[in-house]
Design a protein around this ligand. Sequence first.
Ligand code: M1P
Length: 247
Amino acid sequence: MPPVNPRILALFDVDGTLTVPRGEVTPEMLKFMDELKGKITVGIVGGSDLPKQQEQLGENVLHLYPWNFSQNGLVAYNEAKLIGETSINGHLGEDNIKRIVNWTMRYLSDVDIPIKRGTFIEYRTGMLNISPIGRNCSRPERNAFEEFDLANGIRKTMVAKMQEEFADLNLTFSIGGQISFDVFPTGWDKTYCLNYIKAEDFDEIHFFGDKTFEGGNDYEIFNHERTNGHTVTSPEDTMKQCKDLFF
Ligand code: M1P
C-alpha cells in the first residue's frame, strides 16, 4: 500500500534518533515506523555501514523502508535494490589510504587511554572509521571511553592533528558516535544521499537527527537547502516530533 502522502519524504539518522547509540530498535519504534510508512515516504540515512544498520534495525531493513542509505549514502538502496556505491580508495588512491593507515597506527600506539581493545581502523567502502579504544570493546567499555573522551578530548586532539597532517587530501573528520570518528572526502557527508533523490519526486524532504550541531555528522544534511531539519534528543523525541508533524 502506498502512503497517504508519498510526496513527503522523511529521512532518519539511526544512532540516537531511531535507536540508542549502537543499540537495537525497540518494538515500539518498529511499530511506530510502520504506522508512519502508511502516511509518508520513509528513508534511513546512517553513518554506519549496512551490516551495523541491519544489526540495529533488523536484518530485513532494506525491505522495510523504500530508501536506505548507509555510510552517509555512499552505499544507496531504493526498494531494496542497490542504486549506487562510491569507493574511497578509487577517489584517494591506495598510496594515500596507506599514508592515513600508517599514520593512524603510529599515532594510536602512542595514545594513552585506560584500555585498548581491537579493530582500531575499519575500512569501509566509502570511509575509514577510526577508534582509539578499538571497535570490538564491550558496551560498558564503550560508555566509559565516551566519558573519558569527553573529559580528555582524545578524538578532538587526534582529529586536529590529522587535519594538519592530511590537509592536502581535502578530508572531513566527523565524530558521529561514542568511540570513533569517520574520515571521508569533503562533501561525502549525509548530504551525499540527496544525489539519489530527485527534486521533482518530493514536495518536502524532512531530516531527523541528533548530531545536528557543527562538527556532528548530521550537521550538513540538517542545514541543507533541500531539507527541513529537525533536531531530536532521543528515539522517544523522534516519535513525538513525527506524530506532531505527520499524524
Ligand atoms: O551512526 C553514527 C556512528 O556510529 C558508529 O559510531 P561509534 O561506534 O563511535 O558509536 C560508527 O559506525 C560511525 O561510523 C557512525 O558515524
